[in-house]
Design a protein around this ligand. Structure first.
Ligand SMILES: [Zn+2]
Length: 80
């Protein structure tokens, strides 16, 4: 019998970061934090979340900042 198990990405959730200018284009209020949980599943039934990948996207210049390139201002604005 074959067991279907593995890691799947979950539904992304979006939070807009207010009052922070985009480091790339300088526009304010255009940054959105996207966090997507990765969960462990058996037969596509989610069991638990393993990790959450997060990135910030600018709706003006469409630049994407991954977690390693978050600025200190972005770090402070992240929800905890
Ligand atoms: Zn931008």
């Amino acid at each position: 019998m074959i067991l279907f198990l593995g890691i799947r990405p979950g539904k992304p959730s979006q939070t807009s970061l207010k009052g922070i200018p985009c480091p790339h284009c300088g526009q304010q209020g255009t940054l959105t934090l996207v966090s997507r949980p990765n969960y462990f599943h058996i037969f596509w039934i989610p069991l638990f979340t393993i990790s959450t990948s997060r990135y910030i996207e600018c709706s003006h210049c469409l630049k994407v900042f991954d977690e390693k390139s978050f600025t200190p201002a972005m770090q402070r604005a992240l929800p905890r």
